[in-house]
Ligand binder design. Structure first.
Ligand code: BG6
Length: 488
């Protein structure tokens, strides 16, 4: 790998949950693996009074707690800590940004690094625009002439609250940065198994000819968690599962499954095809907003901390979507996501059509199962294909069996890294392929916003479900006769 450009990683939201859980462990893991540029600094900019040492101690605490396998009592840690700095300042005050600029310049001089920068917005979304505007006004958005070579900004999700706010956020970003400078995070794209969807589809001759409405009956995408809102009730109640999971992770997975082959693996070639797939999804009609959509709320949600007792925020959502193009016309895609479901699992289940029932017509219908291909995003990462096999014995009896690929077994010496490691490294390398482009994010919001508006108008369309079940019973109606949700 060629040597990476030196840079300073400017962290907004240094004391937040994301920094503690994900960013600190990911940066340190990259450092330990020698993957960061030889000249690299982390400069936190936050409101609390703190000095460099106190910030380093916070980082250490966070790594110990959230990445206990990484040693923090060795020279590697001390070397990493010595690259981390803290600058106190308000998010909305120009003098803070002047001080930030001075500190950045001083670091460049002291540490002999030219001023390439990555700004990371790990702050509450209502502060994004303030920070972006202030960076722009302080002259920090563009690389300085003769000094820096590049400046990038990473924006966390949620990216907007609906189609209009997402457009507005894009406009604010584009006033100060160019699209090439903007890295919109969807951490699912950093998962190996999500990237493998592209490889599985386009690096193998076997499946592509079958990957269409002629052979595939329907597709189910499930993003299930077995936990609730875990102390994030205040945030979650404003969002709901459709905004939190479906608009981003769910539709990103869908677009990778449904897209046409890109002309190359370049960031824009891949993203062009993904956005086309999302745009080809038929907008839900007024009728479908009632019949093709289910929203649920787990029993006990309204007593969670930070949740109003009359909340109608959904903790479960399921949708039936149709992609109106040549490949997918007539093959519905079903998406579901929820909290407190029976297990934590994210998977794509591709259900092939049934064979014509001639040869095995006398057998019980359920013995002759259609082929099923399951892409396991997490956990037990892998892929399996269900095929019919003859049971041993004198009778002609069929049983579905699995042909299985497991990441753990195939790559025992290459554990799967956390998605944030991959994404942070890509941002440092300047590769935006695994980040969402502005038009992709807007296309996803355009699809979901009418659903969210319909829910806002009708409080009575929320269905309760018990913890540990697969959501409201009504979810089964989405599939219609002869289809059932897979129980992973
Ligand atoms: C985040 C959501 O984007 O994804 C969380 O905000 C959710 O609510 C999380 O728990 C799930 O991520 P993962 O990687 O654990 O599947």
């Amino acid at each position: 790998m060629s040597e990476l450009d030196p840079c300073t990683f400017v962290l907004f939201g240094a004391t937040g949950d994301l920094t503690r859980r994900k960013l600190a462990p990911a940066l340190y893991a990259l450092f330990r693996e020698g993957l960061l540029p030889p000249k690299f600094n982390v400069l936190a900019y936050a409101r609390r009074e703190k000095d460099d040492e106190a910030f380093r101690a916070d980082l250490k605490e966070a790594v110990k707690k959230y990445a206990p396998d990484l040693p923090t009592n060795d020279d590697q840690w001390r070397a990493f800590a010595s690259l981390c700095f803290y600058e106190r300042g308000e998010f909305d005050q120009p003098e803070g940004y002047r001080a930030l600029k001075e500190r950045l310049d001083a670091l460049d001089t002291e540490r002999g690094a030219p001023c390439n920068r990555i700004y990371y917005l790990a702050i509450p979304p209502e502060q994004y625009e303030t920070v972006i505007e202030c960076l722009g006004s302080a002259g920090l958005a563009q690389a300085e002439e003769g000094c820096g070579r590049w400046t990038r900004i990473i924006v966390e999700k949620p990216f907007g609250y609906d189609a209009e706010t997402a457009r507005q956020l894009n406009n604010t970003l584009l006033t100060h940065f160019t699209e090439e400078q903007i890295y919109r995070i969807d951490h699912y794209l950093g998962k190996e198994t999500v990237q493998n969807i592209l490889v599985f589809r386009f690096a193998n001759e076997l499946f592509e000819p079958l990957w269409n409405h002629r052979f595939i009956d329907h597709v189910q995408i499930t993003v299930a968690e077995d936990i609730g809102v875990e102390g994030r009730g205040g945030y979650f109640d404003q969002a709901g599962i459709a905004r939190d999971i479906l608009q981003n992770h769910g539709l990103q997975i869908l677009s990778l499954v449904a897209m046409e082959p890109p002309v190359s693996l370049d960031a824009d070639a891949v993203r062009d095809e993904k956005v086309k797939a999302v745009r080809a999804i038929r907008p839900l009609s007024a009728d479908e907003l009632q019949t093709a959509v289910v929203r649920g709320q787990y029993d006990g949600y309204r007593t969670e901390e930070g949740v109003p007792p009359d909340s109608v925020t959904e903790t479960f959502a399921a949708l039936r979507l149709h992609i109106d193009n040549w490949r997918w016309g007539g093959t519905p895609f079903f998406l579901r996501a929820g909290k407190y479901l029976p297990e934590r699992v994210t998977e794509v289940a591709i259900q092939f059509r049934r064979i014509p029932q001639v040869l095995f017509a006398k057998m019980e219908r359920k013995a002759v199962q259609p082929n099923l291909l399951v892409i396991r995003i997490q956990p037990n990462e892998g892929i399996f294909l269900q095929v019919g096999a003859k049971e041993p014995g004198p009778a002609m009896r069929l049983t579905p069996v699995d042909m299985e690929f497991s990441y753990k077994e195939a790559f025992p010496d290459a554990p799967i890294a956390d998605a944030y490691e991959r994404l942070l490294l890509d941002a440092v390398r300047g590769d935006a392929s695994l980040f969402a482009r502005g038009d992709e994010v807007e296309a996803a919001w355009n699809l979901l916003t009418p659903v969210l508006h319909a829910w806002q108008e009708r409080r009575d369309t929320i269905h309760p479900y018990f913890k540990g079940t697969w959501g409201p019973a009504k979810t089964n109606d989405l599939l219609g006769p002869d289809r059932a949700w897979r129980e992973p």
